[in-house]
Design a protein around this ligand. Structure first.
Ligand SMILES: [Zn+2]
Length: 449
């Protein structure tokens, strides 16, 4: 049995009351939190290992990256809007091998974990190998294969592969692996693929993840082709509902926001990717006001180029303040909720993760406050300056320890599970080889615009 206590830390619980405990203690037994409260009140069980924060550390729930794509491509498809960028991205998938997929996932999961992300939604290919990578790193991962069944898209994942993955991997690694029905996009998938996904959702009890309404030109093209806008089409296919997560949703109108709220459909908001690909600024304050469940996603290294959710949180707030000329838009507490419990709810995992509460899984992140960017820190019951600095000053490099399911996976900022140097070296070799193969295939690029 694992039994340990983390003492004298500033705890940001993100519980329903948003409780902050300036000098707190958490007790973990096996994979669950069994006590949380002020250090003066929480009894340390006999035999528990004690990790003393000594008033110089903060503890928060693990961050949830609610939309990502593992990849070795980073900084190689730059300076392009979405429609110009997509054909380049497709080349990666034409060239990608199973081994590339494994090394992509292992590298990305390591980067995520080291920067305080404990749960990722990954849409990628050869996802058996992504599950293997998650097993090595220890991360909690949701796998949504890139399914496409339209002509010319045979280099993506198939519906049969998706179903096989559900049968072989869903719920594996003590439940840390969740498999979803993944659908790339309206232009890549047939009506039958969407209807099949809804059937599988019911048959296997899994959830559905797809991209929607990312860019203005894309929305116009969807309307011209289908006679409906994206949300209307997905609604027509029966896809909207509490078990569906849509990535992006940048160009929603008022009616669509209401429809998503009414159906309980969740959204993964990816502000950095939306800015980088010049897609626009999602209407997150309106989405939150309507009651939509909102998580934050990085969208992966290709279109971000960072997997640091601290950076994503800061950007999610600043882009709203800047474009609305409103300094009060999306304050720190709201952003922190989106990146933790919001993401957990969007993934259907909020009963188990997303906050520090008794009974929940011990997916925890400890930050070292004795660093220039977090000094001085003053923590009060409403968070003090540290609440703001968690969102606007902290970075992944402040993360000292990370636990998933009560297992300490990062200690002193380093993985306890893998030889990091070896992971980087193999990813480096694999990545350069993939770049070369992509260049050799550039004649196969099919431009969309
Ligand atoms: Zn995406």
């Amino acid at each position: 049995m694992t039994l340990f206590a983390i003492t004298h830390v500033a705890i940001f619980t993100v519980d329903p009351r948003n409780r902050v405990i300036p000098d707190g203690t958490v007790v973990v037994e096996d994979d669950r939190i069994v006590a949380v409260g002020p250090s003066a009140e929480v009894a340390i069980p006999e035999g528990a290992k004690v990790i003393d924060g000594a008033g110089k550390h903060a503890l928060m729930p693990g961050l949830v990256d609610s939309h990502s794509h593992s990849s070795l491509m980073r900084g190689v498809t730059e300076n392009m809007p979405l429609m110009e960028w997509l054909p380049h991205y497709q080349l990666e998938h034409r060239a990608l091998t199973e081994e590339d997929a494994f090394h992509s996932a292992r590298l990305c999961y390591l980067e995520a974990l080291k920067s305080g992300t404990t749960c990722v939604m990954d849409m990628f290919r050869f996802m058996d190998r992504c599950a293997d990578a998650a097993g090595e790193i220890g991360l909690r991962v949701n796998l949504a294969p890139y399914v496409a069944d339209q002509p010319g898209k045979d280099f993506f994942a198939t519906r049969d592969e998706n179903k096989r993955l559900i049968k072989t991997r869903h719920g594996s690694q003590q439940g840390r692996i969740q498999v979803w029905m993944g659908l790339e996009h309206l232009f890549y998938c047939s009506e039958d693929a969407y209807r099949d996904a809804v059937r599988c959702q019911q048959e296997y009890g899994v959830r559905i993840h797809t991209h929607a309404c990312e860019q203005k030109e894309e929305e116009a093209a969807v309307l011209a082709h289908f006679g409906r806008r994206s949300i209307g089409m997905l609604d027509h296919y029966g896809l909207l509902g509490e078990n569906t997560l849509l990535a992006h949703c940048v160009w929603l109108n008022d009616d669509e926001i209401k429809r998503l709220a009414d159906t309980g459909t969740a959204i993964a908001h990816c502000p950095v990717s939306n800015a980088k690909l010049a897609s626009g600024v999602a209407r997150t304050p309106e989405m939150l006001a309507a009651g939509i469940t909102l998580g934050i996603g990085t969208d992966g290294p290709v279109c971000n180029n960072s997997l640091d959710m601290f950076e994503e949180m800061k950007f999610a707030s600043l882009i709203q303040k800047a474009t609305r000329l409103d300094a009060t838009a999306l304050p720190a507490d709201q952003i922190l909720r989106m990146a933790t419990i919001g993401g957990a709810k969007a993934l259907g995992l909020d009963k188990d993760i997303g906050s520090i509460e008794v009974g929940k899984k011990a997916d925890l992140v400890m930050l070292d406050l004795a660093m220039p960017n977090l000094t001085p820190h003053e923590v009060t019951n409403d968070g003090g300056n540290l609440l703001w600095n968690l969102v606007f000053a902290a970075r992944g490099s402040n993360v000292s320890r990370v636990w998933v399911d009560g297992r300490c996976l990062i200690e002193n900022g380093r993985s306890t599970q893998v030889d990091e140097a070896r992971v980087l070296e193999t990813a480096q070799q694999c990545g350069v080889s993939l770049y070369e193969r992509c260049r050799a295939m550039s004649h196969l690029r099919v431009d969309m615009v």
